[in-house]
Write a protein that binds this ligand. Sequence first.
Ligand SMILES: [Fe+2]
Length: 288
Amino acid sequence: MKIAFIGDVHGHVRHALGALVLLQQRRGIRLDAAIQVGDMGAYPALERMDAPSRRFAAENPAEHDFFRLLDPSPEFAAAVRRARRLVPPVLFASGNHEDFEWLAGLHETQAAAVVPVDPFDAFRHVECGHVTTVAGQRIAFLGRIEEPGYMDLDAAAHALLLTITPGTVDILVTHDGPFGLCQDWRGATQGSPKLSDLITHLQPRLHVSGHYHHENGPRRYGRTTSYALAELVNPKTNRRRPERANPQQRVTPGSIALLDTDTYAMEYLHDDWLAEVCGDDYKSFAGL
Ligand SMILES: [Fe+2]
């Protein structure tokens, strides 16, 4: 079976669905599952966004597409419905830029650990600490990042996952990455010691993460092969890393990876057609 993994979306839901549609068309495959590693940008309204998300959205209008998903125009709704007939729902973990209260409310109201967040059931949020079987694989989810404050890892969910018998989870999906996976622009070591401990304990075959907005992997941690994904659509301008500037709002090479569960081969997508999924304008819905 085939599973697509998607990096930080930050509101670009049209790009996410368009890329999945084109992935199936251009590779001649059918996806059995799609999983996103957090920072969906799941806010129900502009005023609920945190300050950085609001700032980025002001300069990158397609980051508002999550709102268009919740309150769609007829054209937007028709395009999402067409996409949804072709691709599986996207399961996503929490990142550090979501409306945690709104998401918790959806879980409470629907009394479920996996809940649709939009009227098309295109995107389903998975609670931290939940383990579910998708495309024949046992997949554990732990969102957020290791950082004191409201974005911090869910301690109870982390503790719960540490009680699971090693080797019984096939894939671990997190937002943050293991400690030491990269350095920030100042040279400080990045990553979460608690996620390193979790990988060491669970020993999944595969670990997939996001948050750092660049392709990073494969890295080996004992039995586990770990991949970090690039941001799905880099911002138009980037002061610290000008080489990542993305004025045309194209999907980033390395922001999507494809797993074949028969062989466990994992491939970062660098295909030329990724650039076709682009733009600020929701009327240009790629592949549909
Ligand atoms: Fe992010």
